[in-house]
Design a protein around this ligand. Sequence first.
Ligand SMILES: [Zn+2]
Length: 896
Amino acid sequence: MCTIRRFTLAALAISIASFNAAAATPDDSAPLGKLPRWVQPLAYQLDFRVDPHQPEYSGNATIDIELKQAADHLWLHGHDLSVSKVTLTDSSKKIYTAEYKVAAKKEGVATLEFGQTLPAGRYSVMLEYSAPFNQQLEGVYKVNSQGEPYVITQMEAISARYAFPGFDEPAFKTPFTLSLAVPENQVAVANTRQVREQKLADGWRKLSFATTKPLPTYLVAFAVGPWDVVNGPEIPATQWRPHATPLRGITPKGEGQRIKPALAETPAIIAALEDYFGFGYPFDKLDLLAAPDFAAGAMENPGLVTFRDYLMLLDANSPAHNVRSSFNVNAHELAHQWFGDTVTMPWWDDLWLNEAFATWMQSKITQQLHPEYRADLELIGGANYAMQNDSLVSVRRIRQPITGNGDIETAFDGITYQKGAAVLNMFERYLGADTFRKGVRAYIKQHQFSSATADDLIAALTKASGKDERLAKAMQSFLDQAGVPLVDTALSWENGKAVLHLKQQRYLPLGSTGEAKRLWGIPVCVRYSLAGGNAKTQCELLDQEQGQMVLQGASASSWYMPNADAAGYYRFNMAHNDLARLTDNIDKLPDTEQLAYADAINAGFGRGDLDAAAVLAAAPRLAKSDTREVVTALIPTLKWLSKYEVRSDTQRVRLTELARKLYLPQLQKLGYQRRVNESQDDALLRAALADFLALDIKLPEVRHALLVQGKQALLPNADGRLNLDAANPDLLRSVLAVSMQDDDSNAIDVLIKALGATSEPAQRMAMLAGLGSATAAGNAERARNLALDPRVKIGEMSTLLRASREDGEGRDAMWKWFTANYVQLIKRSGEMSGSRLPGLVAGDSCSQGEADRLTAFFQPLLEHLPGAERGLAQTREQTLLCTALRDKQNPEAILR
Ligand SMILES: [Zn+2]
């Protein structure tokens, strides 16, 4: 009964709509950004026929749509699809034919022309098509691993249009029902559980999968190949989810065992996330898939999360860095099952609602389940890294308006992820963790299986906290404008009270052309010492240019830390005496605040307020910490000094001796081999110190120790593979890099030859990084040429190119190679890689000449490379800032 009544009402609504719109079929042009709203997809049935051994696949897409007005065409997405047949069926089963025409090839926009005006109403659109397997890791792509082809999907951001015709925009969330017809011996997986298997007449099998929850196109996923499928521990029922959920690992053939450590960690992550959200994992199963080649690190497809293989394939010989990343990335992707998959942003300008949240949540979950990983410090490190980028005039905002597909590509950057996470962390602290969680829970509940914007989130947090519009304005000031606030602080005694004067402006590095005047609503939290010796924290929302805080209980000799717990996304510049007093008390600061202190030193140097002498004076105080992140916090600035500022031998000697004195004893204490039961942090510290001392400072004793391991590692075994296990896996990159540079025998020949015989992903990455570190001109050229060689996977290319640009001469050679091979490089990696290209081939440049040749080369190419405009602007600006800093900073200060 109910059904009949609903049907009647719907039919009535349709007939009214069609009556009103009958006269006006839309007269519009191809939408290159958002699609018009007069067509609404309601559900997809996608039937694929996939044989990884073929160069192409075919599909049959049936899309239920609602035409909200009469029209003689509709717009949709489709990229590189050969559509052979299109029909529309209306609600009375009448069939119409239509023609599929490409409208904008580059953007993947197409039109269906009906040849007549169809009334508003519901239709079922059926498209038969075929398409090549993508060669550049987009859409439905194919990779070879150990001689076997595998087919994997990657739809985000806008590559679903390569996989099937549809409405490839995140606002359109609908159920998807997939089937995959595959040859007998192929394994196929998709977002949901398999519900049916049919044997087809040609011997193939047709696997049908359960209908998904409403999803945007960018989350649809499947994979076909000779996969190993490993059952993990079940994810037990919780108070938020009344049934257990199956968990599996999907790996390339023969690798199944190695995904078990990652599977073992997974149920606890899901349970912790459910407790936070108060909302059960909403999908019917969970598979983690190790992809043999992948454009990003991982992708949060609901029910079928895909990862780069090295993150999922672990064993006792895996580098500590990979083991930790495996957990962190898994926590990140699983956080997305709520942020992004359950609640989705309607448009790419709110990508931060996915990525900032997943980054912030990953940190929270890791801190809870693996406190020894110190995710709190990683979050601060990420914020400090984002602040470097956020100092540029050419930087994006967290919510950058999208003006073209290039802006969608460039939205996946440190601003969206790390700055966004830091801003969330700051406001969580300001509101209190419980209040913040209350707001987040309400937001997820209210918008589940639908879409929500930044304003929806801010409204939920405002409601939960009972705050007024000052909160909304403060949050918006960080979301909708670029830049890092710089808070000047000065403490003075006034009428027997300690008054802290605050003044805000934008942090701008030396040589910047930016405007410093800018206002944020900054939750400033200050920790200061009390007369009795204890410390206290006080917070204030600074949303005017100037403000002041009376530090209750402070004495005339109190020290203060302007960014308590380093939870604020701002930099600070303390009055001279205040900084000196803080420096004297640095031992009393928790390690979070020692990182904020280190950032203040790095930032002061970048602004030209501090010179090399000040950095070198601060380094010993931090280097003696017990915390790895603090020990290494000034290393980036020391590297910069070594690379750009040292002009004379005496300066070089001074810097080398300082580095030796500060860091070598720690490295020697750790030794060059793993010790039984050592902490993961010791392994990571060893790797960081060895890399810095051997490759940047070039300490002969460290290089020698690595070279000894390299000699062993480069001995070939009988099967043609190298004896790489002989080296400490945490040091393998550095070992191979030093071997490439110092070994006058044939290290390069040995490495290149072994590449074809090595499939272990961590070892391959170390080999490629080693090759990319070659300094001898002929070797460097051979290593770069490998980026165009089929023995190197697409996703591995950048590892080869990133390393080889250490000095001016190396960068010149790299540039010459790049400009000569540009066409082949783009042909291999795809135009989508364009946004990162300027930074990849010209990062670390530091002269006007390098900036100018970069612009001259890329400017004419911008219209072909989506996103490259911002990549070019940022790389150029970084180059000019580096040049200005080098010109201003006095190298003689190294000797003071
Ligand atoms: Zn993410």
